[in-house]
Design a protein around this ligand. Structure first.
Ligand code: ZN
Length: 111
């Protein structure tokens, strides 16, 4: 595979081995600027996080706008769960919940 491609949008040279290009994503024939400008990178970074509520673990599937946000969220979430104080900053990181499979908190009438 040739290292350099021509960007299909603007015709400038694309260095496919460039770290920035690898992180930004997009097609192999799109330069970094066009990927960012046109928003052509469609791969959403997903992470699943599990908390300890109820009899089964609740699973949150969360989508982020960047890999950095995703990693920060998981790091924050994992540092706060399971009985420790809720000092996380999960809600300060830009994210959106894609799906939430809530834990079963049914106590069978004995509350
Ligand atoms: Zn371009």
């Amino acid at each position: 595979m040739p290292r350099f491609r021509e960007c299909k949008h603007c015709g400038s040279e694309v260095d496919t081995y460039c770290q920035t290009k690898i992180e930004v994503g997009g097609y192999i024939n799109e330069c970094v600027d066009c990927v960012i400008e046109l928003g052509t990178e469609k791969a959403v970074r997903y992470r699943g996080v599990v908390d300890g509520s109820g009899k089964m673990a609740a699973l949150s599937i969360v989508a982020f706008d960047s890999k950095e946000d995703a990693d920060a969220y998981v790091a924050s979430f994992n540092s706060c769960g399971f009985g420790r104080r809720k000092t996380n900053n999960c809600n300060q990181i830009r994210h959106r919940h894609i799906g939430f499979n809530g834990g079963n908190e049914n106590h069978k009438g004995k509350l």
